[in-house]
Design a protein around this ligand. Structure first.
Ligand SMILES: [Zn+2]
Ligand SMILES: [Zn+2]
Length: 134
């Protein structure tokens, strides 16, 4: 079967998500793609992000209380989300350790997806500096 033909703008959206490891929001992706192709619309960016996520070419990450973020890394990995600035960081965790633990209770694991919430290095440093100024 021949690979599905991508529109030029869809390819641009895909390339932008893949090239940016910061897990950008749709709005950020729109800004970045617009710098390359000024004719691209917000609607096109949204439509293509949805389509690419459905096709499994990118990941959509739900951020509680914030805008969805998009991830070009589709290999299994986990996220740590900063509750102050919304930064999303990748981390990996051993699936085998956890699944063998759960399988002892008769639970068969298929996918591991643990999102950690906390404060990123930048925000911690900022908070620390603010404390010192007080
Ligand atoms: Zn932060
Ligand atoms: Zn990620």
């Amino acid at each position: 079967m021949k690979a599905q033909r991508f529109s030029k703008q869809r390819e641009l959206v895909l390339r932008t998500v893949k090239a940016n490891l910061i897990h950008p929001t749709a709005l950020e992706i729109y800004g970045m793609t617009r710098a390359v192709d000024p004719t691209i619309s917000m609607g096109t960016v949204y439509r293509n992000l949805n389509l690419l996520a459905e096709q499994g070419k990118i990941l959509r990450i739900k951020v509680p209380g914030g805008a969805d973020r998009y991830d070009g890394t589709i290999e299994p990995h986990n996220h740590a989300v900063c509750t102050k600035c919304g930064m999303v960081m990748d981390y990996s965790y051993s699936f085998d350790d956890l699944s063998s633990q759960l399988e002892k209770s008769g639970f068969k694991c298929e996918e591991l997806n643990i999102t950690v919430r906390g404060t990123c290095k930048n925000c911690l440093t900022k908070a620390l500096n603010n404390d010192m100024e007080e």
